[in-house]
Design a protein around this ligand. Structure first.
Ligand SMILES: Cc1cc2nc3c(=O)[nH]c(=O)nc-3n(C[C@H](O)[C@H](O)[C@H](O)COP(=O)(O)OP(=O)(O)OC[C@H]3O[C@@H](n4cnc5c(N)ncnc54)[C@H](O)[C@@H]3O)c2cc1C
Length: 279
């Protein structure tokens, strides 16, 4: 088995900040989950009670999900496990809540103990790195850039780094209460950028990185030192970028001109402004 199906229930919830709500899900079967950490992707399927009762086994779930008529197919979205406690049969997922515009954000906003859904995650026999995009090989000079949806992955990644690695981290979040501790053994420089209300995702982060703000509210904030050090000419470097699709695509273009290509960079669109995810 690679990815398997885990029927889980909400055990408890915690408000971490204005944006983030942590939900702890439980099931005795979560002892069998093979969590690779880092930015490993998992899926949440918001099935109805009837669907939960009729869901097939691990090998058949995707065909089952895909074969359902559009009108009743349960929403499926991608998330990052923030913590796995196999002994307790628990996982934490940190949701960046964005109102009720999406089914999973709405679920996270109103979740109560006992609410049930399906978690699709690596099961027994899975390679621990299945679904992991973080591939720095032997690079020691690292760059991690993301928006709020990438913060759980960035926190996981930083927790694995060693003292002989350096990492420039830039995270753009919606609210001043969102920055959090990012424990790591590496030498890091962490830049938090707080988006202004109504500002497009990434605008302020780009202003800080490149000094080329699209928004007139941002000039003068560029940190050329951050950029120079992160993109120096040494070959021993790797960039990881995740967040809103249009922003990630702009960063891909910028970073390609500075030597970050498919070989030493990973670019992931985590969500697309104005469009629901397709699962
Ligand atoms: C590999 C991977 C890992 C991810 N990990 C996490 C994680 O750990 N935590 C997390 O919160 N998200 C994470 N995401 C992002 C999450 O999957 C998307 O935000 C998803 O679209 C949320 O689903 P939804 O049902 O709330 O909204 P959808 O139904 O997909 O979208 C509805 C509307 O909401 C908008 N929207 C979607 N997400 C956001 C957002 N964050 N802010 C503002 N508007 C939004 C869409 O543009 C659309 O207009 C991850 C995505 C990927 C690909």
């Amino acid at each position: 088995m690679s990815y398997g199906l885990f029927a889980v229930a909400v055990l408890r919830t915690e408000h971490l900040s204005a944006t983030f709500r942590r939900i702890t899900f439980g099931s005795p079967r979560l002892a069998d989950l093979v969590w690779g950490g880092l930015d490993q992707r998992v899926k949440l399927v918001l099935a109805t009670a009837d669907q939960l009762a009729g869901v097939p086994g691990d090998d058949d779930w995707f065909e089952w999900w895909r074969s359902l008529p559009d009108a009743v197919r349960p929403p499926m979205r991608t998330y990052t496990i923030a913590a796995h406690r196999p002994g307790e049969g628990e996982v934490d997922i940190d949701f960046a809540v964005h109102g009720d515009s999406g089914p999973l954000s709405s679920f996270a906003r109103g979740a109560r103990p006992g609410d049930r859904l399906l978690l699709v995650a690596p099961g027994p026999g899975a390679e621990p790195d299945v679904g992991v995009a973080w591939r720095p090989a032997s690079a020691r000079r690292l760059l991690c850039v993301g928006d709020e949806t990438a913060l759980p992955a960035i926190r996981n990644i930083l927790g694995t780094l060693s003292a002989d690695q350096t990492c420039d981290v830039l995270v753009e979040v919606p609210d001043a209460s969102d920055p959090c501790a990012l424990p790591t053994a590496a030498q890091v420089r962490i830049t938090w950028v707080v988006r202004r209300p109504g500002e497009a995702v990434g605008t302020r982060a780009e202003a800080v990185m490149f000094g080329t703000a699209a928004s007139p509210s941002s000039p003068g904030e560029a940190d050329p030192d951050l950029w120079e050090e992160a993109t120096g000419t040494a070959g021993d470097r790797y960039a990881w970028v995740a967040g809103e699709v249009a922003w990630v695509n702009r960063l891909r273009t910028h970073l390609a001109t500075r030597g970050y290509t498919g070989a030493n960079a990973s670019f992931m669109g985590y969500w697309r402004s104005g469009f629901p995810s397709r699962g």
